[in-house]
Design a protein around this ligand. Sequence first.
Ligand SMILES: [Cu+2]
Length: 116
Amino acid sequence: MSIRTRVVAVGAATAAALALTAAPALAQKATTITVTTPKSSPFALKGMPKTLKAGTYTFKYVNKSGIGHNLKVGSAATPVFSTGSKTIKVKLKKGATVAYECTPHKTVMKGTIKVT
Ligand SMILES: [Cu+2]
């Protein structure tokens, strides 16, 4: 009984130590990417990085333009909307070059992300 209690206590202490060491690493890794189309530049996708490390990201698309846009990254896409924000979750694989676009305006609102 006393041995079992001690094992549980050590386990809890280890879990607490892991949580303490993991927290700063998570804070440094940006998992949400905010991409904005401002009113002043209504066909821009500002904030989209040119490179990202492999991993799963939430892309938050903020459309302030009043024009119907969407954000498609790889095969994931938000619906078209003209004001507000929507998110998509995308898994980026190491070595990939991932295309993004606004589908209605893909001739001008587009680019690629290199995944390292
Ligand atoms: Cu658009």
